[in-house]
Design a protein around this ligand. Sequence first.
Ligand SMILES: NC(=O)c1ccc[n+]([C@@H]2O[C@H](COP(=O)([O-])OP(=O)(O)OC[C@H]3O[C@@H](n4cnc5c(N)ncnc54)[C@H](OP(=O)(O)O)[C@@H]3O)[C@@H](O)[C@H]2O)c1
Length: 329
Amino acid sequence: MLNGKNILITGGTGSFGNHFVDYVLEHYNPNKIIIYSRDEYKQFIMANKYKEHKDVLRFFIGDVRDKARFTRALNDVDYVIHAAAMKQVPACEYNPIEAVKTNINGAMNIVDAVLDSPSVKRVVALSTDKAVNPINLYGGTKLVSDKLFIAANAYVGNRDLNFSVVRYGNVAGSRGSVIPFFQNLIDKGERALPITDYRMTRFWIDLEQGVELVIKALSEARGGETFISKIPSFKITDLAQAMLPGCEMPEIGIREGEKLHEVMVTREDSMTTYEYDKHYIIYPHFDWWKDRGNVTGTKVEQGFEYSSGKNNEWLDVEALKERLKKMKG
Ligand SMILES: NC(=O)c1ccc[n+]([C@@H]2O[C@H](COP(=O)([O-])OP(=O)(O)OC[C@H]3O[C@@H](n4cnc5c(N)ncnc54)[C@H](OP(=O)(O)O)[C@@H]3O)[C@@H](O)[C@H]2O)c1
């Protein structure tokens, strides 16, 4: 589905973007991949990394806050992946207007520019579990962004164009997450790994699964869906034991803004959530959705919640050790 296509990725120099480019170059034959981001140095590093693919990769300096520039970049583009974001929780709290400008105004610009650019057929925006019942501004801005992309489908008319959302939680090993935090303590020779709350659980997702979910959304979306992968959960205490077997685990108390479990589908979402083999889809509540044909999945029970604390699939200490080994290799 990506062969011969022109794909633009906002925030293409980030962790997701790099992995997406690796994956697409390995599995498909796109005509062009356009990286759209602000920092020329990150683009320079990436251009060097992919020098053998210089016919395919294009680098566009631009800010998602700048609609005119973004519109220019969309010339002849078939698919847009929106990954650019301010995503550090404390930075968003301290600079709220900046977070609003990038995450909300940026999303508005993308929707508007795409609606005015006839070549674009699919838009997939990356969301996060933090947008589910948000308790911080990062999550709040991403929730608004999700809503903007979902509602945009009402404006496409008869065009072959749709917008969808892909939602996942902290990527295993990503900056600021628990694995590098524990690893840093282990590297310093600590024998104890602090646990904020012994009941705490998380989902395990790696970047490859995130990329695959985006490609699924690109090929299957009819517009307005939120795609969520079925992935295993783990207990933070098990992760500590997998990383430093036999370590002490002082319980230090939950931090402000921290959730006990990651939630991807809320009980309220269960009314429009359908289960598939490897994923869930939350369908939009809008009337226009009804004209888009039948859904093939199985409707989840009312009150269903997809939370890392209530999963059917778990990684125990041994399974976590395997995953960690694979990550390092
Ligand atoms: N990492 C995770 O664990 C995780 C989990 C769930 C969801 N997500 C979502 O996945 C997406 C990608 O995350 P990531 O981990 O790849 O982030 P990342 O590594 O921090 O990369 C962010 C990218 O966005 C670009 N960017 C930031 N502000 C921009 C702006 N105003 N205009 C244009 N480009 C801008 C950055 O480049 P410049 O600074 O050069 O502009 C960079 O290329 C985000 O939407 C995030 O919310 C991430």
